[in-house]
Design a binder for this molecule. Structure first.
Ligand SMILES: [Zn+2]
Length: 347
């Protein structure tokens, strides 16, 4: 039997959604994570401090742990009220601002159409040290879906960095070797979050023999060589990379459909699964950096005080297949290997 104690992890990118499912998603995340950056792409996106405060209060109501901290994000649009944004940040209602290029993913149609139109906002964010979280893909029909991250980095992100070298930027859920190399070579405040699923599966897993709609997510899964580069970035403990689950549930009927939604629901068992991945790579000692330290360092906030204990046994972890909310089912992500790591339950 092997066991490790690590600083309580944080999830630096999660979707709690809204309506009846919200309570269940907050509950699952707050059982595992100390803090979570909550994405603002609701049906009515979080574009002002009032919506942000309401969302935060609702989340707190459903938290399974009194110490859990939801970190709310503003949804960036070209006509956001900048004074409201600054006030929300200074009053600790929001933690960061999320940039969705218009149309790149779920509920992103009100996102930014031309990035240079938000430069005046980015300038103020840089002055106030408000982090910018980026869904780094272009939305351009002429660019192949597998190339959209690379093209965004080259055509848009590089410009943002050149114009705002002091702005703290998180390139969210990176998927390619190109992104890993870019972040490692960038001489600025750019770091990146990586999801468990992009560390565990590639596009062949999703597409070969039979199509697996529950592996469909955005940014879309890439090649095996990309997955390997992400794994290397994560397991090395490199401070440029940290965990953001991008857990993004959709109901079974909207995933298994003629026109299915993008998103993988991976919160439940995420830490045990990552422990198994790091262990398989003989780097279990770096799990804590990836899950509990690097993100906090990037955002210049304290690491969590609490610790959790993980134990490796000979018993396989049992994966629940679905989360059931009212009569709606949400498929829970299962990794492509057996997991022998367990969270030690409280004595
Ligand atoms: Zn996301």
């Amino acid at each position: 039997m092997k066991s490790i104690k690590i600083i309580k992890p944080d999830d630096w990118h999660v979707h709690f959604r809204e309506g009846d499912v919200l309570e269940h998603l907050v509950n699952e995340t707050s059982k595992i994570y100390g803090r979570a950056i909550v994405m603002p792409n609701l049906n009515i996106p979080i574009t002002n401090s009032k919506l942000a405060k309401n969302y935060k209060d609702t989340i707190l109501k459903y938290s399974a742990n009194v110490n859990f901290k939801p970190l709310i994000t503003f949804y960036l649009t070209e006509n956001i009220n900048i004074n409201d944004l600054i006030k929300a940040y200074e009053n600790d209602i929001i933690f960061a601002v999320k940039l969705y290029p218009s149309g790149v993913t779920t509920n992103s149609y009100q996102g930014v159409k031309k990035i240079d139109r938000i430069y005046s906002i980015l300038e103020i964010m840089s002055d106030y040290k408000i982090p910018l979280l980026i869904h780094g893909e272009v939305n351009n029909k002429n660019i192949d879906v597998f190339d959209r991250e690379k093209v965004f980095i080259k055509n848009e992100l590089q410009n943002i960095i050149n114009n705002f070298p002091k702005l703290k930027i998180t390139l969210e859920h990176i998927t390619t070797r190109f992104a890993v190399d870019f972040v490692n070579n960038a001489k600025s405040n750019v770091r990146a979050s990586i999801t468990p699923h992009h560390l565990l599966i590639n596009r062949s897993d999703m597409l070969e023999h039979k199509i697996r709609p529950h592996y469909y997510c955005l940014p879309i899964l890439k090649r095996e060589e990309d997955r390997k580069a992400l794994v290397q970035a994560a397991i090395s403990g490199n401070e440029n990379f940290f965990l953001g689950t991008d857990s993004a549930p959709h109901t079974l009927s909207t995933k298994e459909a003629e026109c299915g939604c993008a998103g993988i629901f991976n919160t439940i068992n995420s830490i045990e699964t990552l422990a198994q991945l790091f262990d398989n790579c003989e780097k279990i000692e770096n799990l804590e950096k990836f899950s509990s330290i690097n993100g906090a360092r990037h955002y210049e906030i304290n690491i969590n005080n609490e610790k959790i204990e993980l134990i490796k046994t000979t018993e396989k972890l049992n994966f629940k297949e679905y989360l059931l909310v009212n009569s709606e089912k949400y498929k829970i992500f299962t990794p492509p290997f057996n997991v022998f790591w367990h969270k030690k339950s409280k004595q």
